[in-house]
Design a protein around this ligand. Sequence first.
Ligand SMILES: *Cc1c(COP(=O)(O)O)cnc(C)c1O
Length: 383
Amino acid sequence: MAETWSRRLAERAEARRAEGLWRARPTVGPADGRLDFAGNDYLGLARDPRLAEAQAEGARRFGAGGRASHLVCGHQDIHEALERRLAELTGRPRALLFSTGYMANLGVLQALCDRHTPVFQDRLNHASLIDGARLADAPSRRFHHRDLDDLERLLARAPKDAPALVVSDGVFSMDGDVADVAGLSATARRHDAWLMIDDAHGLGVLGEAGDGCVGRAHGVDDVPVLVGTLGKALGSAGAFVAGDEALIEHLVQFARPYVYTTAQPPGVAAATLAALDVLSTEPERRALLFERIARFRREAATLGLTLDASTTPIQPLRLGDSERTLRWAARLGDAGLRVGAIRAPTVPRGEARLRITLSAAHDDDALDALLDGLAACQREEAA
Ligand SMILES: *Cc1c(COP(=O)(O)O)cnc(C)c1O
């Protein structure tokens, strides 16, 4: 009965509001004047006119829409060119484009795993990795965050009749710390398991050439399954899986989130190619980003703010309580600064935090404004 549904929705809404967990979407204009410390545009590419131009030109040449799935007739030259570039960047034989990172993770897990596949996930893995194991109906076990001994213990107890998959974020999206890729790889190999790393926040930022925390430093034997996303540091949209020929062909055949969806709009692929050009020709952007990170951490420490030990653009400030986190975010908002207030269920209860993200696009004035804003929050609380 319709009324039962209305009541059910009203009850869920009421419960979420009562916990201080209700979420509102800010509507953002092209230039709303706020300084953005909430997004994932780490290199300042999302609004780079060169990407927009490439996207427009790609749409003119190849069409605005993807027209069909990749397997029917949606796979165009430009997708092929982008896949080759991504394989090259990450030092892998092949790469396969997906429309979003969420779908790439669903696709890999669903295509590789079934209900007999033991899957081991870092406790802080992204929601899409958790959901992918669910879609595969695979028994997922969580190991303590970055704890190789715990992983070792779980792997040792796993049934040996099916190969296991170890899964971790590369850079943890709400914490900013980086997985021990070499340690995970060695542990997985001891148990004949594959390692899958989702490097959504590392690609374009970390690595010798912006190739991420896996990239060329850890080859396909160490990390057989690599996922990267294109909507963060690369300022565009979409994602890819990189690996050897057999893995990629397996995904083309069996990954339902790949097979049953329309190909990425070709203009988007063109924009990503333009972003990859910038990444390789302007290494100073990454250098600038790391200078910003160092300056922010130095001056936040002077203010007495305790940041997590993160070396990446993701700099969380843990405030614990969700009301307090909302208060600080609102205070910063009044000062013209946008900072993410991250609460349960995105992070565990009691671990609410401001997720401050830095970008090569921030100048010294922007950082000054952020530090002033944080100091004002402290003063208000002390008063
Ligand atoms: C953002 C993110 C995704 C999802 O990527 P989209 O392209 O935004 O769908 C997947 N994994 C991690 C770790 C992420 O941070």
